[in-house]
Structures are given as C-alpha cells and as structure tokens.
Design a protein around this ligand. Structure first.
Ligand SMILES: Nc1ncnc2c1ncn2[C@@H]1O[C@H](COP(=O)(O)OP(=O)(O)OP(=O)(O)O)[C@@H](O)[C@H]1O
Ligand SMILES: [Mg+2]
Length: 302
C-alpha cells in the first residue's frame, strides 16, 4: 500500500474534522476521496503530507511516517493544494523553474521536464506569459504541471477540477488517467463532484463528517439492497393493501392498473402472495441498483 492510514482522528479546538478514518491506496490506483464541504477531505490530505498532525491514528505514505519524516514524504509526493499559489509577475516557465530548483532537479533535466509538463497540460503557448494574466482554469493546469515536473510516485490533488468548466475538467481528468497509465503514477484526488470524477477513479471513498461512509470500486458501490417490482392488473384493493405495508417503500401508479414498487428485500414473499390473492400479476421483480450518485446524495443532502 502506498498510502495507509488507520483510525485517523483530527480535532481543531472542539471541531472534530476526522473521526476514525481508515484509508488504503494501492500503487497505481486512482483513488477519489469524495464528500461534501467540510467532510474532512483537505484535513485528510494535509495529514498524509505531514502538513498537519493527526490527534490520533497512524499514517504511512510511500513507506514513511509523515509525522516523523515529513521531508521524505514531500520528496516522493506531488501535491496540488485547493488554492494553488504562484508568483504572479513570473511566467509559467519561471514558476516551474522555481519548483525544480527547490527540488534540486539539475538545469538540463529541469528544462526538459518543464517543456514536457507544459505540453501535457496544454499551456505551451502561454508558457512565457506572467501568471497574473492566467484564468482560473489555466492556473489549475499550471498547478498540475507543478506536480508533474517532480515526477512523483504519488500525486495528491485537492479538488483538481474545482471551478473549471466541464470540458476543461474532463481534459484534466483525462490527463490524470494518462499519467497513471503511462507513468505508473498513483493518484489521490479529492472532489465534491461525484459524476465528474467517477469515470476516472478506480475506487472511491465517500467521506461524511470525518468518517468513511461508503468505499469501493465504482461498480461495486452501485450494488446494494432493495427490490423494484412492477405489478399489472392491480385493483384499488391490492394497491391499498400494498400501501399499508412497511416493506413497500414506495408504491406508484404508472399506468392503468399498473404499479411500480420499491420494496425492502424481506417484502418479496408477501408481495407475491398479495398479488396472487388479489388477482394481479407480477410483471417484473429485480434487485434495485442504486447508483453511486444516489449513495452520495443520501449523505450530501443533509
Ligand atoms: N484550521 C482549522 N481550524 C479549525 N477548523 C478547521 C480547520 N480546518 C478545517 N477545519 C474544520 O474541519 C472540518 C473539515 O474540514 P476540511 O477542510 O477537511 O473539509 P473538506 O472536505 O476539505 O471541505 P471542502 O469541500 O469545503 O474543501 C470542517 O468542519 C472545518 O470547518
Ligand atoms: Mg477541502
């Protein structure tokens, strides 16, 4: 595991930001840390980077403890913060040059990496313009270039697509995908836009009030309990009987004598019996597949 955290807790003077968080990310994965505002995404990231200390729990990143060896972790990890800051009067190239010097990358090698990174993020043509003239989306791209010149084993990107138009966001996510595929980089990205990052992530975790409330492969998270049924030749009497049951979570008339139901798993035998007794017919009965979005919204709405 390139990232491993167990029982992470973080309290900021009375505010519980993390409440026993476990996290494990394998090498080469793209992991999406999702959650509404204030759920603890940035706090988790800062702890992984050794920029803040957990109140309790254990962390290892690339084999190092960020609390004890923050410099070792910083060397191996590329980090794009929520709000990327640059030297405004300097150009994109000059800003990146500053980063490569800070990281002790030799001049010739630095020049090559900077040219390549700017090309990858689509900023080659504005490479020599002062950053002060950059739009928000251009700054986000430069933030990503900032990570790329380090050629990190692990990239931690805090809301890399925030404030970018959908097309720009899709481009950034495609680039992240490509970097993983071609350079074998592991990526942890945070977002509150599930539908946007869903397609690039191998796995996602949904944070809610500092706890992981759902985690898994995108496909796995779409399968869980409950059934959907469609009933034909439904008399008003059958409808009334169904509506009186606790296991019938929703009953809706979708056509003449036709009902659509959402039922709890344990309601299946009773449904079949009721329908038979009342002279109806079960047209369809299948497990309900809540989308990841539904799971997410359940927590997001609060
Ligand atoms: N430095 C701080 N001092 C006090 N409270 C903080 C501090 N940083 C974060 N918090 C609190 O911790 C909780 C988690 O915040 P965090 O920034 O980790 O959430 P987030 O998921 O990144 O949210 P967002 O989507 O808005 O970026 C929030 O209740 C927040 O108010
Ligand atoms: Mg945040």
């Amino acid at each position: 595991m390139i990232v491993e955290a167990k029982g992470l807790k973080k309290e900021y003077r009375g505010v519980r930001a993390l409440d026993g968080l476990d996290l494990a990310i394998a090498e080469g994965e793209i992991y999406g840390l999702l959650g509404p505002n204030g759920s603890g995404k940035t706090t988790t990231i800062l702890i992984l980077l050794g920029l803040t200390e957990p109140t309790a729990g254990a962390v290892r990143v690339c084999g190092h403890d960020p609390v004890r060896e923050p410099l070792a972790v910083k060397r191996l990890v590329g980090y794009m913060p929520e709000k990327v800051g640059f030297y405004e009067e300097l150009s994109a190239v000059e800003n990146l040059r500053y980063i490569t010097r800070l990281n002790g990358i030799p001049e010739g090698e630095a020049r090559r990496r900077i040219a390549e990174a700017l090309e990858q993020v689509g900023l080659r043509e504005v490479a020599h313009r002062p950053v002060a003239t950059f739009s928000h989306g251009m700054r986000q791209r430069l933030g990503l270039a900032d990570v790329l010149v380090k050629r990190p084993k692990l990239a931690i990107l805090d809301e890399p697509t925030s404030g970018i138009d959908p097309e720009g966001a899709a481009q950034i996510l495609d680039l992240i995908r490509r970097l993983r595929d071609e350079a074998g980089m592991t990526v942890l990205l945070s977002s509150h836009l599930l539908h946007q990052v869903q397609r690039v992530c191998d796995r996602v975790g949904i944070l809610h009030r500092g706890r992981m409330v759902a985690e898994g492969r995108v496909a796995e998270l779409t399968a869980s309990g409950g059934y959907l049924a469609r009933v034909g030749r439904a008399s008003p009497r059958l409808r009334a009987r169904l509506e009186a049951e606790d296991w019938a979570l929703a009953v809706e008339e979708v056509g003449p004598g036709e009902l659509a139901l959402t039922l709890a798993e344990d309601g299946r035998p009773a449904l079949l019996r009721f329908v038979a007794e009342e002279g109806g017919v079960v047209l369809e009965l299948r497990p309900k597949q809540p989308t990841l979005e539904e799971i997410y919204l359940r927590y997001f709405r609060e």
